[in-house]
Design a protein around this ligand. Structure first.
Ligand code: ATP
Length: 249
């Protein structure tokens, strides 16, 4: 059953058509990768799905509900959560406390945090479990400013998971991560909950081809191709667009 349905989404900035009649569906538990050259419109598409940008035309349905006009925060409350290409972490707050704050945000309970210690203990337990699920217990009490960059990217995913997403939009989780830490990210992504639907934007083709069940290729804002990793690997047009830019072998 589809959890997310995007139909004929278009967006222009002035004369520049940045998304052009894009449609996609995403089923529960599915991993969809959005790939394409720089400037293809991937982030703009994710921004529209997340409600950061409104589309000029087209529609977005989450669990059969039309969310096209919903603001971003309402989409988050209904389980549509995104991460960012650039870090939004608080640099000096310990990891577990950042996750706890995200849980409180989910529960709309920031104001009662300090009054109800038992509840805060329960929240910390949940935060610890989320970190453990991503093999991040080792940095639970560390602040981002003292963490390896790959761990910071994983903490961002932990914060998103604290919001209990049904659909997770991951914007370049591998961006800026040194090769030596790439395997950590891959391992963590492979441990995401099986029923979570994920849309990932990523330039690292190794990650894309290992992680994705389906790949959608964007070029000039439009869908150039869509299919399984094998379909995309064999697609001559995709190869031509990527020639010299990425390794699809
Ligand atoms: N707010 C904006 N105003 C004007 N043009 C914009 C705006 N945001 C993006 N663009 C343009 O839209 C096009 C698509 O940008 P977008 O960031 O969505 O591409 P992308 O596929 O995510 O690229 P990358 O892989 O480099 O992150 C680019 O030409 C970009 O310059």
């Amino acid at each position: 059953m589809s959890v997310l349905r995007v139909k004929n989404l278009s967006k222009a900035f002035g004369g520049l058509q940045v998304t052009n009649d894009v449609s996609l569906t995403l089923n529960a538990g599915e991993r969809l990768a959005l790939i394409g050259p720089n400037g293809a419109g991937k982030t703009t598409l994710v921004n529209q799905i997340a409600g950061f940008l409104h589309a000029d035309s087209g529609s977005i349905h989450l669990h059969n509900e039309d969310i096209t006009a919903w603001p971003g925060y309402k989409r988050v409350r209904h389980g549509l959560v995104r991460t960012f290409q650039i870090s939004k972490l608080a640099p000096t707050l310990p990891a577990i406390e950042q996750v706890a704050l995200a849980i409180h945000q989910r529960e709309d309970s920031i104001s009662s945090m300090w009054r109800d210690r038992r509840s805060y203990t329960a929240v910390l337990d949940e935060a610890a479990q989320i970190l453990e699920g991503l093999h991040l217990s080792r940095i639970a009490t560390a602040a981002p400013s003292a963490m390896a960059y790959g761990d910071q990217r994983l903490l961002e995913i932990a914060l998103a998971l604290a919001l209990r997403p049904k659909v997770l939009l991951l914007d370049e989780p591998m961006a800026g991560v040194p090769r030596s830490e790439a395997q950590l990210i891959l391992d963590a992504l492979s441990r995401l909950p099986a029923d979570l639907a994920v849309v990932i934007i990523e330039h690292d083709m190794d990650l894309v081809f290992r992680f994705a069940h389906r790949i959608l290729v964007l070029a000039n804002g439009a869908v150039l191709a869509e299919g399984t990793p094998d379909d995309i690997r064999r697609n001559e047009v995709v190869r031509a667009v990527y020639l010299g830019k990425a390794e699809l072998a």
